[in-house]
Design a protein around this ligand. Structure first.
Ligand code: DGL
Length: 284
């Protein structure tokens, strides 16, 4: 029955929100880019702090979470769903497009193509979660776009958790990044691709470790432009002054609230949701 409802034709209006989700605060790096580009759009943002980090989890489990979150965001009236999470995109983007054929989705694709096109040294570093590296999406972009380029990978264990705590500069955060980046710098990388949406928040630290000659690619602005193109193509641009953002978490709402100003640049109230099993989100 539920499947039937979601595949029915949905009548849309431009004031309906864009639904955005991530395992946690990483999605705010994408939301930040979207707010700059499309300030009039209303947004429903969900961070799955109950289950963060997604990166070490099996892809099937992340797919189940992503479907439950999508159902919640559609129930909230979302006109477009943005998977502001490389791991969820790797695990679930294809599945969600099949399950909800009338819904438009935007996902994250590791930006190895622009990196491979512009590298001078021919060596590119990619930082992502284990699940993203395991997914077919990553294998496919590497195979299609990186001929003749050496790709070095690192999963930065513990970095997502540091960023969830709001620790963007501390000793442990620096240690994790140095142990990922120093071996890459020794092999002469000139580009670092951030293939996890949490990582743009540590770009200042990455720059201090790598120096100015290394280019850091944050895909958030390109993803925001893709979302804008889809909304324009659907004739659903909301031209208000400042759209409203409703924030939800499955974790500690006060903890998330305390990070918003620093990470997103705007404050807000965060409302709690609760998982029923691994498949359904309800209000607490
Ligand atoms: N921000 C996410 C990503 O882009 C997930 C990080 C995690 O939960 O492990 O992959």
């Amino acid at each position: 029955m539920r499947k039937f409802c979601c595949s029915m034709i949905r009548i849309m209006s431009s004031s309906q929100p864009i639904g955005i989700f991530d395992s946690g605060v990483g999605g705010l790096s994408v939301l930040r880019a979207m707010r700059q580009l499309m300030p009039g759009e209303n947004v429903v943002f969900f961070g799955d702090q109950r289950h963060v980090p997604y990166g070490p989890r099996p892809l099937e489990q992340v797919r189940t979470f992503s479907e439950g979150i999508t159902r919640f965001l559609l129930d909230e009236g979302s006109k477009l769903i943005v998977l502001a999470c490389n791991t969820a995109s790797a695990a679930a983007l294809g599945h969600l497009r099949q399950t909800f054929p009338n819904v438009k989705f935007v996902g994250m694709e590791p930006a190895v193509k622009p990196a491979a096109e512009t590298t001078h040294t021919g060596v590119v570093g990619v930082l992502a979660t284990p699940a993203t590296f395991q997914g077919a999406l990553y294998a496919s972009v590497v195979e299609r776009f990186t001929t003749g380029v050496q790709i070095l990978q690192n999963t930065c264990p513990g970095l997502v958790q540091q960023i969830e705590k709001g620790d963007l500069e501390g000793t442990e955060t620096r240690r994790i990044l140095e142990s990922a980046l120093h071996p890459m710098l020794e092999k002469n990388i000139d580009t670092v691709v951030l293939a996890c949406t949490h990582f743009p928040f540590v770009i200042p630290l990455i720059r201090r470790i790598c120096g100015d000659s290394v280019r850091v690619i944050d895909p958030a602005p390109a993803v925001a432009r893709q979302a804008q193109r889809l909304i324009e193509a659907q004739g659903q641009v909301n031209n208000g002054d400042r759209g409203r953002v409703r924030f939800y978490t499955s974790g500690d709402e006060a903890a998330v609230e305390s990070l918003l100003l620093n990470l997103l640049g705007e404050a807000g109230r965060v409302e709690p949701l609760k998982w029923v099993g691994e498949e359904r989100l309800v209000r607490r």
